[in-house]
Design a protein around this ligand. Structure first.
Ligand code: NAP
Length: 216
């Protein structure tokens, strides 16, 4: 059993991570700006208030935990610019204050920077709307920042190009830098199976200090 704190616990992906963690018997702390947004009750679930952009909140949420998960986002568009990369810096600042007591960090990343079979990156595809490019590059900036961090155990997990709620199959494939796609080029994963990948990585760490990707 691990003690896992989750920022963004009421979000689409964060809530699936919380559910998967509880189902596997872990002790979960949901860290949310508005505790009223967590209506679920579970004997292994604690809800606390916190803002990922405040290092003091990060430090408080991370104290005594084995793993800190960040599944925060900024909605569709400009909100991501104010959230994704600043959150990465705040998470690292808050965790560093805990020194060698800092828990491991797992951050939900983006697919934009992953490589495609033509040798380009997902965000190079023609015709992508500006709002989506902003989100992709915000995640790219956050990943670039994490890659400068060598004194914390961080992992960034990039989803497939499409991640939607759906079935939990328990199956997925991984890669390091390539977009995980099917033979027909489509790339997707359900939020439920993405959460499986997060919990598998928590239980059997294989990607300390690096990004990896998952999909079908
Ligand atoms: N293919 C892809 O690459 C792909 C696809 C989808 C999503 N993603 C990424 O996955 C992440 C999660 O996406 P999602 O769809 O689950 O998003 P979501 O449903 O919008 O959830 C975002 C969560 O972040 C929280 N949050 C935002 N700012 C915060 C702050 N300052 N402090 C604490 N919590 C904060 C929100 O809480 P409030 O309720 O308080 O606002 C919410 O719980 C995002 O970073 C998104 O870009 C990537």
């Amino acid at each position: 059993m691990s003690k896992i704190a989750v920022f963004g616990a009421n979000g689409t992906i964060g809530s699936r991570i919380v559910r998967e963690a509880l189902n596997r018997g872990h002790q979960v702390t949901a860290v949310v700006r508005d505790p009223a947004k967590i209506t679920e009750q579970h004997p292994s679930l604690t809800v606390v208030k916190g803002d990922v952009l405040e290092p003091v909140s990060v430090r408080a949420a991370a104290t005594g935990q084995d793993v800190l998960v960040s599944a925060v986002g900024g909605g569709d568009g400009p909100g991501h610019l104010a959230t994704i990369e600043p959150a990465a810096r705040s998470l690292v600042t808050g965790l560093r204050e805990l020194g060698d007591q800092a828990p491991r960090l797992i951050a939900v990343g983006g697919a934009g920077s992953l490589r495609t079979p033509d040798g380009k990156q997902v965000w190079d595809a023609p015709g992508l709307p500006d709002w989506l490019l902003q989100i992709m590059h915000a995640h790219g900036d956050a990943l670039d920042y994490y890659r400068t961090v060598s004194d914390l155990a961080w992992t960034s997990l990039s989803p497939a190009a499409m991640i939607e709620t759906g079935e939990r199959t328990g199956h997925y494939r991984t890669s390091l830098e390539e977009l995980v796609a099917a033979d027909d080029g489509t790339s997707h994963i359900t939020a439920e199976d993405y959460a499986v990948a997060v919990l598998d990585e928590i239980e059997q760490p294989q990607h300390l200090g690096e990004r990896f990707a998952c999909g079908y």
